[in-house]
Design a protein around this ligand. Structure first.
Ligand SMILES: [Zn+2]
Length: 55
């Protein structure tokens, strides 16, 4: 059981390593740490967008 949990944990950690990449923000062009393939906008612009679309 323990060995199984360790293996799952290792896979998750490796997955996070792959998902976290430096990307250029589509909004301001600044480099930022992306958390996934769909994350193309930096935190700053994302919060700005949320504030805008938040009716
Ligand atoms: Zn930005």
């Amino acid at each position: 059981m323990n060995a199984r949990a360790n293996t799952e944990r290792e896979i998750v950690e490796e997955h996070i390593k792959v998902e976290q990449k430096r990307r250029r923000c589509l909004m301001c062009g600044e480099m930022f740490d992306s958390f996934g393939p769909g994350n193309r906008i930096c935190k700053k612009c994302k919060s700005k967008q949320a504030w805008r679309s938040g009716a």
